[in-house]
Write a protein that binds this ligand. Structure first.
Ligand code: ADP
Ligand code: MG
Ligand code: MG
Length: 443
């Protein structure tokens, strides 16, 4: 019986793997990677403040207008999102329930004394993924370590269940919406490269709230089987290619205008842009969002890397000169998501030489390059030979919040994600084919 089962599943694996090449395992490290405990706890402690910050920015149209003015003048994608945001402001928001599921990402910058300091890479306010898969990876490393005879380490792998918290927030928003027959809609791309990640969240919804929450997948139309939509969960819509035609933009506007709770709504989406991140790092800006909480300001600011404007003017000129003089110290970032869009090293000079005297340069921001201490590990992926690599890790922390009018009814840190890549790659991202899933081993 066993061997029959095995050969049947092996057969299907072969069919999928060799013939269609449709399904493969999510890539992961063979062993967990060390992360200093103090830095890990620091990142967890920050998350509810980052939730609050994103939520406050999303409610501050003047700030968004000022922060993004130069960007939307040259970046067509951000400009289109901004236009929807303006239209919603003009018409008035149709829903006072706000649902935020985000992930704040960090790398650990080398300090001379051998320690590390936590620096934010970015915050993802739309389609922040791997909350599902990272709920399963602890068991993978526990098993591997046991097999390798490293029992003590195996027991030190942290529990992690972002899916639980993300689902709780989705369900809370659905409940506040207050219509038993309404559904939660997952907005996904037609070819789903990371399907098991959001399926896991979906299954958690079914498992824990079965008689109430129905999940509907939307491919290319807004008609969800004639059912009322309580919550739209965007797992798509964060890059220009996701909007295949003007109709896709009309659909986004339609969703924003609807009474459904949007995760995220358009202003929360914009709050997650790299330009906003750069503006937040300017002196006095965080203070505006946390006027009576200097400790919170200090805690958040401690995680900011150097971020520099490329707006026209003396300050932007200084940024250009600085970047051209030492391109290896920086990362040049356009307003894009999903990995693989940033510019590094000598390419920074090429790009900046081309745009430095025009408004085109304001489509980018410049950021200090974070350099973690490398560690050795094996990266397991289908298409790469197995070899030991020098690796760099990126720690993500998941945040979930629900606001109803003025009341924050939920504001939580719901789990973590560790992604690790070979130090040969500048850019990252699991979906981009560079990073793989990992677990932190606190040291
Ligand atoms: P995206 O929204 O496309 O994920 P990120 O800002 O996260 O954009 O950049 C993608 C990847 O590039 C990150 O996962 C990280 O590996 C690398 N990266 C980004 N910013 C920096 C930085 N300041 N220092 C070092 N690496 C960076
Ligand atoms: Mg991102
Ligand atoms: Mg990223």
């Amino acid at each position: 019986q066993d061997s029959l089962t095995f050969s049947t599943s092996a057969f299907f694996s072969y069919v999928l793997y060799f013939v269609f090449q449709l399904v493969t395992y999510a890539p992961f490290t063979l062993f967990p990677s060390p992360v200093p405990k103090t830095v890990f706890l620091q990142a967890l402690a920050l998350q509810t403040h980052y939730n609050t910050l994103v939520d406050k920015i999303s409610q501050d149209p003047d700030f968004l207008q000022e922060a993004l003015a130069s960007t939307i003048a040259v970046d067509d994608f951000t400009a289109k999102l901004f236009r929807i945001h303006k239209q919603i402001l003009k018409e008035g928001r149709s829903q006072s329930i706000v649902l935020g599921l985000n992930r704040s990402d960090y790398m650990l910058d080398q300090r001379e004394d051998g320690s590390s300091s936590l620096k934010q890479i970015e915050i993802n306010t739309i389609a922040a993924s791997f909350g599902g898969l990272s709920s399963r990876t602890p068991d993978v490393h526990r098993h591997v370590l046991k097999v390798a005879g490293r029992l003590e380490e195996s027991q030190r792998i942290l529990d992690n269940n972002p899916a639980f918290g993300l689902t709780a927030a989705l369900a809370k928003a659905w409940e506040l919406y207050g219509s038993e027959r309404a559904v939660v809609m997952f907005l996904v791309e037609e070819t789903q490269r990371n399907i098991f990640d959001h399926r896991y969240i979906e299954h958690e919804l079914w498992k824990r709230y079965d008689q109430f929450v129905l999940t509907v997948y939307l491919y290319d139309s807004l008609f969800s089987d004639g059912r009322e939509v309580a919550v739209v969960y965007f797992r798509n819509g964060y890059m220009p290619q996701n909007y295949v035609s003007e109709q896709s933009w009309d659909a986004r506007l339609l969703m924003e205008r609807s009474r459904a709770v949007k995760c995220p709504d358009i202003s929360t989406h914009l709050a997650g842009t790299k330009k906003v991140q750069q503006v937040l790092a300017r002196p006095g800006v965080l203070e505006k969002f946390f006027p009576d909480q200097p400790q919170v300001v200090e805690q958040i600011r401690a995680t900011f890397a150097g971020l520099y404007t490329l707006d026209l003017g003396a300050e932007g000129d200084k940024t250009v000169t600085m970047a051209l003089a030492a391109p290896d110290r920086f990362v040049l970032k356009p307003q894009r998501e999903g990995g693989g869009n940033n510019i590094y090293g000598s390419e920074i000079c090429q790009v900046l030489e081309g745009v430095k005297d025009s408004t085109e340069r304001t489509a980018y921001i410049l950021m200090d390059k974070i350099c973690p201490w490398p560690v050795q590990n094996y990266l397991l992926r289908r298409d790469a030979p197995l070899k030991i690599s020098n690796c760099l890790s990126e720690l993500g922390i998941f945040g979930a919040y629900v606001r109803h009018g003025k009341d924050m009814v939920m504001n939580e840190c719901v789990g973590h994600l560790l992604r690790t890549k070979s130090s040969e790659h500048s850019d990252g991202g699991v979906a981009a084919g560079v990073a793989v899933l990992d677990n932190p081993l606190l040291v």
